[in-house]
Each structure stands twice: as C-alpha cells, then as structure tokens.
Design a binder for this molecule. Structure first.
Ligand SMILES: Nc1ncnc2c1ncn2[C@@H]1O[C@H](COP(=O)(O)OP(=O)(O)O)[C@@H](O)[C@H]1O
Ligand SMILES: Cc1ncsc1CCOP(=O)(O)O
Ligand SMILES: [Mg+2]
Length: 257
C-alpha cells in the first residue's frame, strides 16, 4: 500500500495501539498517536496483558526506562502478539548501556517484532557491533548502520527503520530513504519513542514495510512544517503536534527518496 493510503486508513480506522513505553515518553507518545489519528493506550501491568494485548490493533514496546515488572509485561505482550499475528514494533532504546538491557532487547528480538525502529547507534549495536551511542542519543550516522539493518532484517524476518537526518528502512530486500524533518527533532525528548508508538498505528493498518515508510514520511513532513513556525524546541513540540494532525495524505510521497 502506498503511504498516503495508509495515512487515510489510520484516520478512518482509528486503530487501538497498546503502548508499553517509558516514563519520559508516555505523554508525548500518546499525544503524537492521537494527533495522527489513532488511539493510544499506555498499559504496563503484567496482570493486564492477557486481557488487553489481544484486543489491540498493534503493540509497541519501548525499553527506555526498563525494570523487572515491565520486562515481564514486555515478554508476555510480545509473545501474545506473535502468537496471534498482531503486528508489534520494538524500540530498543539505549540497549547497549547495560547487560540487562542488552539481554532484554535480544530476548524481544527473538520474539520476531514486525518492525524495529531505532536511531543509528541502537540498530548498529543490535548486531553486537560497538557503536558510539551516548545513552538514548545516537553517536553514529544512519549510513554506518545500514549494513546492520539489512542483516538484522534478513536474520529476524523483520523490517528495520533507522531514523536520523535522512531515515532508512529495509526489509532485507527492499529499501527506501526519507528526507526532511528538522535538526530540532532530536532536541525534543522522546520524539523517537513517540514515532515508534505511531508506527504501531500504521502497522495495524498495512504491511510492515509500507507502514514503517509511511510513519517515517509522516514525521518528516510534520517536522519540516513545524520547523517553519518554531522558535526553539519548546514551541517546536507544540507545532509538531499540530502539523501531524494537519498533514495531508498526498504530502507523504514527496519526502520519500
Ligand atoms: N538532524 C535531523 N534532521 C532532520 N530530522 C531528524 C534529525 N535527527 C532526527 N530526526 C528525526 O527525528 C525523529 C526521531 O529520530 P531520532 O532522533 O533518530 O530518534 P531517537 O529519538 O530514538 O534517537 C525522526 O523522525 C527523524 O527523522
Ligand atoms: C532520555 C531518556 N532516558 C530514558 S528513555 C529516554 C527517552 C528517549 O527518547 P528518544 O529515544 O525518543 O530520544
Ligand atoms: Mg530512541
């Protein structure tokens, strides 16, 4: 499906997205998903997974503020999604900073996410390569992580999306790049996490590669529009939410290279 059709479907279908995300991201992720036209729900308790995950259009898992009860919820939810063919998206935030986080990311990867979205350092390090990541922020270029993305996509049968100044997406065979956005985007915390949550909404409505590509394009279009009005990261955030809601379906194809 072409990205513009997927944006229309997200708005028409208003899919319910189960988000297990981090404390930093919860508010902006929910606002981003709502502004784009879908319905987010932040649900973390292990006791709720069996009831909630099966009724959602998609699941998104983000390990940004990991702890043991959340890890149990993540594994249970990903196992449920995989067993029921519910699309699910993994955001391996800063997984290279500790053995605990690294093992959790690898365990989740083995549960076959439909899409993995991360910055270049996060994707590079998923293959075991030492990158230059600095906590949640990238220290590597998108170009440097493209080989890792292709290898991971082929090994795990998933779509890998790397974000940065120019985004890159591959399923191991096909690839695309997405241009635009603004250097202010990485200066607003958890915007990448919010993008992962939105990718769940797109994955609920269409095939994995197309869904990842449409999400990347929607963010780039909205980021470029917000940058024209913003005075800095604070007002950028406000204008970005407005721009996500105002993005026209036909705009998406213009940022795909
Ligand atoms: N220098 C940049 N110029 C334009 N867009 C950017 C830039 N850096 C990041 N982005 C955009 O910001 C969003 C979040 O990406 P990124 O900052 O890589 O994720 P994370 O927050 O997980 O590190 C993506 O839409 C990406 O395209
Ligand atoms: C700062 C921070 N610390 C733990 S999670 C988090 C948010 C990271 O957000 P993003 O990956 O979108 O930059
Ligand atoms: Mg991130």
């Amino acid at each position: 499906m072409v990205p513009q059709d997927l944006l229309t479907e997200v708005r028409d279908e208003n899919p319910l997205v189960h988000c297990i995300t981090n404390y930093v991201a919860m508010n902006i992720a929910a606002n981003v998903v709502l502004a784009a036209g879908a319905s987010p729900a932040m649900v973390h308790a292990p006791e709720e997974i069996a009831d909630f995950t099966p009724i959602c259009g998609a699941l998104t898992i983000n390990i940004g503020t990991l702890s043991a009860p959340w890890q149990a919820s993540m594994v249970a939810a990903a196992t449920t999604a995989h067993a029921r063919s519910i699309p699910w998206v993994l955001d391996p935030v800063a997984h290279f900073i500790s053995g605990y986080r690294k093992r959790t990311a690898q365990d989740l990867l083995s549960l076959r996410p439909t899409i993995v979205r991360g910055n270049a350092s996060e994707i590079l390090a998923l293959t075991g390569e030492a990158g230059a990541g600095k906590g949640a922020d990238t220290g590597d270029s998108v170009d440097a992580a493209q080989g890792a993305a292709k290898a991971l996509a082929a090994q795990f049968g998933t779509v890998i999306a790397i974000t940065g100044p120019v985004d890159y997406v591959t399923d191991g065979v096909h690839e695309a790049r997405v241009v635009g956005g603004s250097p202010m985007m990485p200066k607003v915390t958890a915007l990448g996490c919010a993008q992962t949550a939105l990718m769940g909404a797109y994955a609920a409505t269409g095939p994995a590669f197309d869904a990842a590509l449409a999400t990347l394009a929607h963010f780039k279009v909205a980021g470029s529009a917000a940058a024209k009005l913003a005075k800095g990261p604070g007002s950028f955030k406000m204008h970005f939410l407005d721009a996500l809601a105002a993005t026209q379906a036909a705009d998406l194809e213009q940022v795909i290279a």
